[in-house]
Design a protein around this ligand. Structure first.
Ligand SMILES: O=C(O)CCC(=O)C(=O)O
Ligand SMILES: [Fe+2]
Length: 359
């Protein structure tokens, strides 16, 4: 593997891109408005651990407004963006992913999300006690980090006009509803009761969510080298499910059960549901959390938004009794989400984190 040093002295692995046109045409697609979507979701989670959903009821204007805000943020001079970082774990991060040496050609904003009231958690840069998402734009929230940041952002706002869009809060509410609907359909497809056994874990007021805005800048040099950057290295998502949406740019790849990597055709109108480690455990391995990664594209920048739905920290994560056959044993040692999360923060991105919890 070739490694190039970039100006920020972070070494990012380069990989050979896939042949053009190597899109995987068999990504499962589920139309949520159709009958049998519950069964189709279950099949997709079993076969691939990844599914595109359409007719999802998330208003496209909300998505577009949030994307526009994100683009504006990422277009700002580096010195302004850095005032909202480093990500520890929340805030602005650039090339360094997590605390254990993972790097990628990506910059991002990471937010902790609680259910009630809908607000950011543990964000050191939200020092104002009444900070709340409703009615605030991304810029309003980020500019509270430090006094200097505040001045920079005020200047920015002054020059560019006020950003009063509540796009982020509207997006989070709509996508949370989507995640809840999908999990309820999965319970229906699995024929388990009560029907809220899965979605209850992400709608609980203690549920532990994360929201990430990723920006993978274009790099024309890469096209000439016939290489891609590692944008976001291979990993599984630790939570129950993640709901991903991106602009119309390639880069996302998933690993199939046979270990081969395939490119996901971009679709800016749809959402992708990613099965996380917790859902694998809750189904005793019937669903597999899907390994995925992003290769940064030389010609076009990618903007993605991922809402990760985790259960409450104290929640025990164990196979659902309703799904266990007679005499079937759990494949996993019992753990709480809080314990799993702690272990995940100590691991590298690509580690098999569930390994240490397998029996
Ligand atoms: O940016 C993307 O498209 C995916 C990133 C990802 O997998 C993650 O943030 O967990
Ligand atoms: Fe991921």
């Amino acid at each position: 593997m070739v490694v190039l040093a970039n100006p920020a002295l972070v070494e990012i692995p380069l990989v050979r891109p896939q042949k053009h046109g190597a899109f995987f045409s068999a990504i499962p697609v589920v139309d949520l408005s159709k009958p049998f979507s519950a069964e189709a979701l279950v099949k997709a989670c079993e076969d691939v651990g990844f599914v595109k959903v359409i007719n999802h009821n998330v208003p496209m204007d909300v998505v577009q407004r949030l994307e526009a805000e994100a683009v504006k943020f990422f277009e700002m001079p580096q010195v302004f963006k850095e005032t909202s970082g480093p990500a520890d774990p929340f805030g602005y991060g650039n090339k360094r992913i997590g605390p254990n040496g993972d790097v990628g050609q990506v910059e991002y904003l990471l937010f902790g999300i609680t259910s009630k009231p809908l607000s950011y958690t543990s964000m050191s840069f939200l020092e104002e006690p009444s900070s709340c998402l409703f009615g605030l734009s991304l810029f309003d929230l980020i500019r509270t980090r430090r006094l200097v940041a505040k001045h920079c952002f005020l200047l920015w706002l002054f020059i560019c006009g006020p950003y009063r869009s509540p796009a982020l809060s509207e997006y989070l509410l709509a996508v949370k509803k989507l995640a809840s609907d999908v999990l309820e359909l999965i319970a229906e497809g699995l024929k388990i009761e009560p029907r809220d056994v899965l979605n209850g874990l992400v709608t609980d007021e203690q549920s532990d969510g994360l929201f990430r805005l990723n920006h993978y800048p274009r790099c024309p040099l890469l096209e000439r080298l016939d290489r891609s950057w590692t944008g976001f290295g291979e990993h599984t998502d630790p939570q129950i499910i993640s709901v991903l949406r991106s602009n119309n740019t390639t880069g996302l790849q998933i690993s199939l059960k046979n270990g081969s990597w395939v490119s996901v055709p971009p679709d800016q109108e749809s959402f992708f549901i990613v099965v996380g480690d917790c859902l694998q455990v809750l189904t005793n391995g019937r669903f597999k959390s899907v390994r995925h990664r992003v290769l940064a594209n030389g010609s076009k920048s990618r903007v993605s938004m991922i809402y990760f739905f985790g259960p409450p920290p104290a929640e025990k994560i164990a196979p659902l009794s309703q799904l266990m056959g007679e005499g079937e044993q759990s494949k996993y040692k019992e753990f709480t989400w809080g314990e799993y999360k702690k272990a995940a923060y100590k691991s590298r991105l690509g580690d098999n984190r569930l390994g240490q919890f397998e029996k």
